[in-house]
Ligand binder design. Structure first.
Ligand SMILES: Nc1ncnc2c1ncn2[C@@H]1O[C@H](COP(=O)(O)OP(=O)(O)OP(=O)(O)O)[C@@H](O)[C@H]1O
Ligand SMILES: [Mg+2]
Length: 340
C-alpha cells in the first residue's frame, strides 16, 4: 500500500507539478498564455501531522473577501477532515504563488492534479471533490468546475470497443471539470480479460490526450484502493495527491447532525442528541463494515424530520404548532432505519 506516498515521504516531500493559467476574475486563463511552475508539497503524512497549525496559518493568509471566501467557508463548515483541509489550503497557496510567479515572468512545468481519495462511505469524498472542482474553476485551472461522478457500470461496456467509447464519452463530458470515479478498484476486479482494464487504459490515455483539461479523481475504500494501486504499478505516479478520509468519531457525527439540522432550520433537544449517540454506537456495532458515517446521520435527520411532521399534524390538527415546535426535533422523532 501507499506506494506513491511512500516514495514521496522517503524524501519528506510530495512533488506536485503545477501548471496554471490564472485569473483575477477567475478567467485570465483565456486571455493569457499558460505559464507553469514546479512546486513541492509536503507528503500526506506531513500534512496530517501539522494539519491544524497549517490550516490556521493558511486560513490567515486567505483574503477576507473575494472569490475564495465562498469555498473556504464551505470547507470550514465541514467537521473534522483536518488533513484534507490542510491539503486543499496548500493547493490554494500553490495556485496563488503560481499566479505571482506567472506575473513575475517565471517559468513553470506541466501540472498534475489527478488525485486518489481513500475512505469509507459517507466520509465526505464526493462533497470535497465537488468543492475542489469549483476551487479549480475559481483559480482559472478548469473552465467549468463541474463534477461528473461515475462508477464501473457507467464506464464499462458489453462488447469489445464499447468500453473505450463509453469511457471517452464520459471524459468528454467532464472536460473543464472533474471526473470522479467511485469504487475505482472495481475496474480491476475482473483481471486482464475484463473490460474494466480497457476503461483504465482509456482513462490513462485520456489523461495524456486532455492534459490540463480535466482532473481525474479515483475514489474508494482505503484497502481496496491500495490494492488497486499495487496491482496497477503504472498508476500511482500519475496520481501525486492522495487524500485519506478517516471515519468520523461519534462526537464528530453529533456535531455533523447539529450542523445539518441548523442548515435546515431545525434544532435537536439535548435528549435527542443523547439518542443520536446511542443510535450511532448501535449502528457501528451492528454494521461495522457498512457504517455510512455522515450519510447515516443525514438519513437519520431526514427520517426525524418526516416523523416530526407526522407527530405535529396529529398533535395540532387544526392550527400551526408555532415556530418553536416547528423547529424542534424530539427523541421520539428518532427512529431506526427500517431494513427491508
Ligand atoms: N465533515 C462533514 N461535515 C458535514 N457534513 C458532511 C461531512 N462529511 C460528509 N458530510 C455529508 O454527508 C453526506 C455524505 O457525504 P459524501 O457523499 O461526500 O460522502 P462519500 O465519502 O462520497 O460517500 P460514498 O463513498 O458512499 O460515496 C453528504 O450529505 C455530506 O454533505
Ligand atoms: Mg461519494
Amino acid at each position: 500500500m501507499k506506494q506513491a506516498s511512500a516514495d514521496f515521504s522517503s524524501c519528506g516531500v510530495m512533488a506536485l507539478n503545477i501548471g496554471a493559467r490564472y485569473s483575477d476574475s477567475g478567467n485570465r486563463a483565456q486571455s493569457r498564455p499558460s505559464r507553469q511552475i514546479n512546486v513541492v508539497l509536503r507528503s500526506n503524512d506531513g500534512v496530517g501531522a501539522s494539519a491544524a497549525a497549517s490550516s490556521d496559518a493558511m486560513a490567515r493568509s486567505i483574503p477576507a473577501s473575494g472569490p475564495w471566501l465562498e469555498w473556504q467557508r464551505e470547507l470550514d463548515k465541514m467537521t473534522g477532515l483536518d488533513n484534507v483541509k490542510a491539503l486543499v489550503y496548500e493547493i490554494y497557496a500553490l495556485l496563488q504563488i503560481a499566479h505571482f510567479r506567472s506575473d513575475a515572468g517565471l517559468s513553470s512545468q506541466a501540472h498534475v492534479y489527478h488525485m486518489i481519495f481513500k475512505g469509507n462511505p459517507g466520509t465526505g469524498k464526493t462533497t470535497v471533490a465537488r468543492l475542489l472542482a469549483r476551487l479549480f474553476q475559481g483559480m482559472g485551472l478548469l473552465t467549468k468546475g463541474h463534477l461528473v461522478e461515475v462508477e464501473r457500470a457507467d464506464l464499462v461496456g458489453e462488447y469489445i470497443g464499447h468500453t473505450a467509447q463509453k469511457t471517452r464519452d464520459l471524459v468528454k463530458k467532464a472536460l473543464g471539470g472533474v471526473l470522479f470515479v467511485d469504487e475505482a478498484y472495481s475496474l480491476a476486479r475482473g483481471g486482464e480479460k475484463d473490460f474494466g482494464k480497457e476503461a483504465i487504459d482509456t482513462l490513462v490515455k485520456a489523461m495524456e490526450d486532455y492534459k490540463n483539461q480535466f482532473v481525474l479523481i479515483l475514489a474508494g475504500y482505503t484497502m481496496e484502493i491500495d490494492f488497486f494501486l499495487m496491482t496497477n504499478p503504472g498508476l500511482p505516479s500519475r496520481f501525486p495527491i492522495q487524500m485519506e478520509f478517516p471515519d468520523y468519531t461519534p462526537d464528530q457525527l453529533i456535531q455533523i447532525a447539529e450542523g445539518m439540522a441548523k442548515d435546515r432550520e431545525y434544532i435537536w433537544l439535548p435528549q435527542s442528541l443523547q439518542r443520536i449517540r446511542q443510535l450511532i454506537l448501535q449502528e457501528r456495532e451492528d454494521s461495522p463494515f457498512h457504517f455510512s458515517n455522515a450519510r447515516f446521520v443525514r438519513n437519520m435527520l431526514e427520517r426525524a424530520i418526516r416523523n416530526q411532521a407526522v407527530r405535529l399534524l396529529m398533535q395540532y390538527p387544526e392550527a400551526s404548532p408555532g415556530r418553536q415546535e416547528l423547529m424542534t426535533l424530539k427523541p421520539e422523532d428518532l427512529t431506526e432505519e427500517k431494513r427491508v
